[in-house]
Design a protein around this ligand. Structure first.
Ligand code: FAD
Ligand code: UDP
Length: 378
């Protein structure tokens, strides 16, 4: 069957490759002039540093099949992500761990003591935290919440943490040890030549025809037996019910000699610092050496038409609109919506790949009964 994959990010590439291997004829298109979607990496011409063009990307997963899959495409190098954060004129370790707690409170607590100390600060009257703010007050108490989460989160999401779901904070561990690993997954790494090299390898199959700088046009679907859409769900419907809310990011680039901040990512928790973080990309490839360094300040703001959508907001208002678009999508035949934009969910790369594998398997099992969503947006 002739199949069209819209988007050459991990979603479109993994589905396209699986179906090409099963003998289908695949066209992959992308509006951008590069593969890998928001995971795109490219060498900075001025410094030679490999830059994660749409913000820092660290591969981490507990899914062995996904880990083996990406490593089979291109070599990954071990990389362990630890973040620092600057608040109130001091530098701390992030995620919150024993070092953060002891430095912030000027204590020398051991793990059990720290656990009891933080529990004494926590608002235990909150039994079932619903919002980000309740989750923070319940588990870390007011001082740590105010210093490390409130300002950063207001800048990141453009709203009070009281309006945001607890699930956003649940992404971060809270550790009563000196372990400062940002992630808890068993497998973690960075591809030696960047993510675009990985996606290029996935798309390198005689059954796949790749067209970059090619936005989707309606007549393309007429020629395809099935479409896998990893573009924006509302974009497929020409935004005719309104736009789903996203946060976008402005990146402010600067160059320095040597090593400017000493780590890959420095967060800025204070509300009066406009950026949320600064990324120094050379630290993502400690196996390389570069005299110069390139850094980006990240400033989040509301996403307008023409901006790159980064973070789906998914508040009550957006969810109401989302359910209308989901109903519209379900009424289409021959189109399956996938990935971060197609299902309007915050998905890490490993989950994106896992879902793309599941989607391809569902199609191969029964192409005639492919639903609009294998993974539901709501
Ligand atoms: P995308 O990568 O967005 O690809 C979709 C593609 O579709 C795009 O290339 C787009 O150009 C194309 N497209 C859209 N509309 C059209 C159209 N009409 N016609 C043609 N093409 C179209 N994940 C992690 O695991 N670790 C991290 O550290 C991490 N950091 C992140 C940091 C930031 C700032 C962001 C925003 C995300 C991060 N992620 C991270 C998530 C990661 O970026 C996603 O999991 C991944 O990009 C999802 O892949 P995708 O193929 O679904 O979507
Ligand atoms: N967060 C925060 N302070 C920090 C880091 C994170 O308040 O120093 C909050 C913020 O709301 C963010 C969420 O925790 O959106 C999840 O953090 P993560 O690093 O997973 O964010 P992402 O990878 O989505 O940028």
């Amino acid at each position: 069957m002739d199949i069209l994959c819209v988007g050459a990010g991990f979603s479109g590439a993994v589905i396209g490759r699986a179906l090409a291997e099963a003998g289908h004829s695949i066209t992959v298109i992308d509006a951008r002039d590069h593969v890998a979607g928001n995971c795109h990496t490219a060498r900075d011409p001025a410094t030679g540093v490999l830059v994660h063009e749409y913000g820092p990307h660290i591969f981490h997963t507990g899914d062995r099949e996904v880990w083996d899959y990406v490593n089979a495409q291109a070599p990954f190098r071990p990389y362990r992500h630890s973040v620092r954060t600057t608040v109130q004129g001091r530098v701390f370790s992030m995620p919150l761990n024993l070092l953060t707690i002891n430095q912030f409170f000027g204590t020398t607590l051991r793990p059990d003591e720290a656990r009891a100390f933080i529990e004494s600060k926590a608002d235990t009257s909150i039994r079932d935290p619903q919002s980000f703010e309740e989750q923070a007050l319940r588990f870390v108490g007011p001082e740590l919440y105010e210093a490390f989460f409130r300002g950063y989160t207001e800048k990141q999401w453009g709203t009070s943490p009281a309006n945001l779901p607890a699930s956003i904070l649940q992404r971060l561990p809270l550790r009563f040890s000196y372990d400062d690993n940002y992630f808890s997954h068993a497998y973690q790494g960075i591809p030696a030549e960047g993510y675009s090299a990985v996606v290029t390898r996935i798309l390198d199959h005689p059954g796949i025809d790749l067209h970059l700088s090619t936005p989707y046009r309606l007549e393309m679907a007429d020629r395809a037996g099935h479409v896998f859409w990893s573009g924006p769900l509302d974009g497929f419907h020409d935004y005719d019910l309104g736009r789903l809310g996203y946060r976008t990011l402005d990146f402010d680039r600067f160059e320095k000699q040597g090593d400017w901040q000493g780590c890959a990512v420095m967060n800025y928790g204070d509300r009066d610092t406009p950026h949320t973080r600064i990324t120094e990309h050379k630290h993502f490839a400690p196996w390389e050496s570069h005299e110069m360094s390139v850094l980006f300040r990240e400033v989040p703001r509301a996403c307008g038409p023409g901006d790159t959508p980064y973070y789906p907001i998914r508040l009550v208002e957006e969810k109401a609109l989302l359910s209308q678009y989901v109903a519209r999508a379900a009424a289409n035949e021959g189109v399956t919506f996938v990935g971060r934009l197609g299902t309007y969910r915050y998905l890490d790369m490993d989950v994106t790949i896992r879902e793309a594998m599941d989607t391809a398997r569902a199609f191969l099992a029964d192409p005639g009964r492919m639903p609009a969503f294998v993974h539901a947006p709501l």
